[in-house]
Every structure is written in structure tokens, then in C-alpha cells.
Write a protein that binds this ligand. Structure first.
Ligand SMILES: [Zn+2]
Length: 206
């Protein structure tokens, strides 16, 4: 059985507009469509940097089967997460005068693999939106809150993006924040530490 059902084509609306305010807004929208269609897209190359703003105005978008899937899942579902060097490529550009983002060109619309049944587990579908980040950050400020409660809050607040958050991910972010907080405290304590040393020095006989 060599033949497979090719994944659906990206809707022409991404070319026609109305366009997106940023490349990330375009990619998030595109990946929301891709996720339910067994696909995922990534930015692989930026160009046309504007010196004044440091922003890139052109990105190459690739399928590539969402490179960088989690190792645990790669072990379990080798066939669905394996890279196939998919040739699908498009270009996204910020168009003058409004600098809105569109897909301006498809270089290659061929996928060399069928749609994946586990696209939601791919790394590119686990990017938190800025709104989710804000809610998560506010929740993590509450010292006594349970990780499970944060998870529930996010699930209820963002029902269409449930796939982007997991208990494990919240735990990891929480641990990272605690480490950063401890490092910050240690740095704050250093001046008083040196103060103690100086006092000890003074107490020593000259
Ligand atoms: Zn592909």
C-alpha cells in the first residue's frame, strides 16, 4: 500500500487576506487550522530585516512535520512523528503599506506524508498564546495555588487551546520560576553578606 491520502491544502484565505498583524499571529492562526487537519507548520528562515526596527519582513514557512516532537512520544509513535523531510514550503511577507502579514507564495504544496492523527502532540501546537501566558503568570503568583487548579483554570479560560497546556508543562514552568526567584534572592543577599564580612574584619584585632 504505497498511496496515501494527501493532507488538505492550506486555505486560499491566507493569500487573499485580510492579513495578520504579526508573523506570530499568522502562524498561530495557520497552526490552529493545521492542528485539526493533521498538520503543523514552522518558520524556518527569516529575511528582509529592517535596520530601523530590527524586524524581519519575510519568513519561509515549512511543514517538516513539526520538528522537535517530544522524545517520549517519538518513542511510542515513531511512525506518526518521524521526520520525512517534507518539501512543503511557503513564504510569508509583511505587505506595504499596512505591513500586514500574508502568505504571499507557495513554493511547493506537496506533502510527502499523510495527515497525522496526533498533530496536537507536536511541539508547534504547544506554544502558549500571550493571553495564556498572562493568565498563567498571574496564577503562579499565588504561592498556595495547586498546579491542578492552574491547569483547570487554563482549560476553562481557553477551551479552544486545551491542547497547548499540560499539568507537566505547568509544573515545569513553576519550577523554573521558583529557581529564578531563588537566584534573585541570593543576589539580593550578597550585599548584606559582604557587610557581615566587613564587620567581622573590624572585630579582629589590628
Ligand atoms: Zn508535510
Amino acid at each position: 500500500m504505497d498511496a496515501f491520502q494527501p493532507p488538505p491544502a492550506v486555505p486560499p484565505a491566507y493569500l487573499a487576506g485580510p492579513g495578520f498583524l504579526s508573523i506570530d499571529a499568522l502562524m498561530n492562526h495557520l497552526n490552529d487550522w493545521a492542528r485539526v487537519n493533521g498538520l503543523g507548520f514552522v518558520k524556518i528562515q527569516a529575511s528582509n530585516k529592517v535596520a530601523a526596527t530590527g524586524q524581519y519582513m519575510r519568513y519561509t514557512v515549512a511543514c517538516g512535520r513539526c520538528r522537535g516532537t517530544r522524545p517520549s512520544e517519538a518513542r511510542i509513535r515513531v511512525t506518526t512523528t518521524a521526520k520525512t523531510n517534507c518539501p512543503w514550503r511557503a513564504v510569508a511577507t509583511a505587505r506595504a503599506p499596512a505591513r500586514l502579514w500574508f502568505i504571499t507564495k507557495f513554493f511547493n504544496t506537496t506533502h510527502n506524508h499523510p495527515a497525522s492523527s496526533t498533530a496536537a502532540s507536536h511541539t508547534c501546537h504547544q506554544v502558549l498564546s500571550p493571553e495564556m501566558h498572562n493568565v498563567l503568570h498571574a496564577q503562579l503568583q499565588i504561592p498556595t495555588i495547586r498546579t491542578a487548579d492552574i491547569f483547570t483554570t487554563l482549560q476553562l479560560a481557553f477551551p479552544d487551546r486545551k491542547h497547548t497546556i499540560s499539568l507537566k508543562k505547568i509544573q515545569n514552568l513553576r519550577q523554573k520560576m521558583q529557581r529564578e526567584k531563588q537566584n534573585g534572592l541570593q543576589q539580593q543577599q550578597q550585599p548584606s553578606d559582604s557587610g557581615v564580612k566587613r564587620l567581622q574584619g573590624e572585630a579582629e584585632p589590628a
